[in-house]
Design a protein around this ligand. Structure first.
Ligand SMILES: Nc1ncnc2c1ncn2[C@@H]1O[C@H](COP(=O)(O)OP(=O)(O)OP(=O)(O)O)[C@@H](O)[C@H]1O
Ligand SMILES: [Mg+2]
Length: 487
């Protein structure tokens, strides 16, 4: 699969980028929210200020009372008869100032008067029916912003009512407020926000980059160590004793793994060396005997027969060793366990008959346990017991007792082989399951030291375990524990 450009970036660049994007989004949302809120506040307060300023002027012209009769309609017609067309120019003029331009509309939207007199006063935006119609319909808070000839304006509409708070609308006043001061404040705020966000991003990403670089330095060292180990130097370790974080944890787990690999690698090397040694001895004997035979020892039939018998014995040993090595390698692949239901009572009664030949003048006793059906490979179970029995026979004297039996312990089936022999010395005890290990008592009695290795491997291939108890000169007991199978 092709790696994406994102995955081609280094981890620290990716982290810095991710952090940068996240920071940018957060800052933009916060900054943008703050900016929009300020903008709304400034526009609202401007609109409120202009409306508050316009209110007394409008009231002055619309509801003047008795002291301004000429601008009203005919005397006696009452308040509703105000002539908007006549007061419009005055209203527009008084509502217009340096930053506001007023425009008076009648109830049909027709412009009655424009307040702009001086060139520095902002231009009046043309009335937009969509908005003024709402004011003419009685809405008090109509406003929008617009650009008129390069000027930014806030446009407000104030409905003109015939009586204060009355329903009859005579027209509306449009107030165009110059937004330059507000825009200036907003521009400054935008600038501060953008610069602030830019700096925050730069500093944040820089810090993340520096921090990740120092954190990942140890990972880079680990990669170098991995490469050295892959190159064959299994003694290498990652040295990060001070790190308590995830990388420290990773380093410790990594070191543990390399420890285990090194141990098993060493064990394998020892195994191969010992196997080669064990194979070489009989091969040397056979070759030597053959050489003598070839040199013409046929004239001496006694020597020839002796040599041939010797070769046969060595070849038998070789064949046994090969068989055991093959068994071990099969168990390593753990693919050759043909489990079947084994009734231990039946199994042991036939086993004891066959084994009594092997027991050679020792008293082989079967101590039966409760009826149990075990899920196991019969051939392997036999081989396990033959190996244990073979050891027991080797390390006991004639007439001594060797007992085999079974029982149930909790969720496990226990099979045991006990002898009253010489026992295992404390020096040998920790090593007896090692391949090719032969104790002092074991060496010189034939065999290769693979017997117990095979026993352990076979029991474990069944999901079980082996325990040993031994007292020198009193005897040895091997216990095999198998999980009770489900039937
Ligand atoms: N029942 C026992 N009593 C005393 N020592 C024992 C007993 N069983 C095993 N040992 C010791 O453990 C060693 C390893 O046993 P193991 O069966 O692996 O090898 P071996 O019997 O010497 O050779 P092999 O089984 O390959 O013919 C023996 O050499 C012996 O010193
Ligand atoms: Mg043995």
């Amino acid at each position: 699969m092709k790696s994406s450009p994102w995955h081609r970036l280094s981890l620290r660049t990716r982290l810095a980028l991710l952090y940068g994007v996240l920071l940018a989004v957060i800052l933009c949302v916060l900054g943008g929210g703050l900016y929009l809120d300020t903008r709304r506040f400034l526009l609202d307060s401007t609109a409120r200020r202009i409306r508050a300023q316009a209110k007394p002027v409008i009231e002055h012209w619309l509801y003047p009372g008795e002291f301004m009769p000429p601008l009203w309609g005919q005397k006696g017609k009452g308040r509703g008869s105000v002539n908007l067309a006549r007061i419009a120019p005055f209203l527009a003029r008084d509502l217009t100032s340096r930053d506001t331009v007023a425009l008076v509309l009648d109830s049909h939207g027709k412009v009655l008067a424009v307040g702009k007199r001086l060139p520095e006063e902002p231009p009046a935006p043309s009335p937009v029916p969509e908005y003024y119609s709402r004011a003419l319909a009685g809405e008090n808070e109509v406003s929008y912003t617009a650009w008129v000839k390069g000027h930014h304006l806030l446009v407000l509409y104030v409905p003109l009512r015939s009586t204060p708070g009355g329903r009859e609308i005579l027209g509306a006043v449009q107030l165009g407020v110059y937004l330059a001061p507000v825009d200036k404040v907003l521009f400054r705020q935008r600038l501060v926000l953008l610069l602030g966000i830019g700096w925050a991003l730069l500093i944040g990403c820089g810090l993340v980059f520096i921090l990740t670089t120092s954190s990942l330095k140890d990972l880079t060292r680990m990669v170098a160590t991995c490469r050295a180990i892959a190159g064959g130097n299994l003694s290498q370790r990652v040295d990060l004793p001070k790190r308590e974080d995830e990388i420290g944890e990773l380093a410790r787990a990594f070191n543990d793994m390399v420890d285990r690999i090194e141990t098993s690698f060493e064990a394998q090397k020892r195994f191969v060396a010992k196997a080669a040694h064990e194979l070489r001895t009989p091969v040397t004997v056979i070759l030597g005997s053959l050489e003598i035979l070839m040199r013409g020892v046929q004239d001496d039939p006694t020597t020839a027969t002796k040599l041939i018998q010797n070769m046969y014995k060595e070849a038998l040993g070789l064949s046994r060793l090969c068989e055991e090595l093959l068994d071990l390698s099969r168990l390593d692949l753990s693919a050759h366990v043909n489990k079947e239901e084994v009734d231990l009572k039946e199994f042991f009664s036939s086993f004891v008959v066959k084994a009594s030949i092997l027991a050679k003048e020792r008293r082989l006793i079967l101590r039966e346990g409760p009826p149990v059906v075990l899920r196991a490979d019969t051939r392997m179970l036999e081989q396990i017991l033959y190996n244990l029995l073979d050891n027991a026979v080797r390390h006991t004297k004639r007439g001594q007792e060797i007992a085999v039996g079974w029982g149930i312990e909790g969720e496990e089936v226990k099979i045991w082989v006990a002898d009253e022999g010489e026992g295992i010395s404390p020096q040998d005890f920790p090593h007896i399951f090692e391949p090719f290990y032969q104790g002092e008592a074991g060496s010189g009695k034939g065999g290769t030291g693979l017997g117990l290795t095979l026993v352990k491997a076979m029991v474990e291939a069944h999901g079980g375990r082996v325990e040993v108890k031994s007292t020198p000169r009193r005897g040895t007991r091997f216990f095999l524990y198998f999980p009770k199978g489900q039937f």
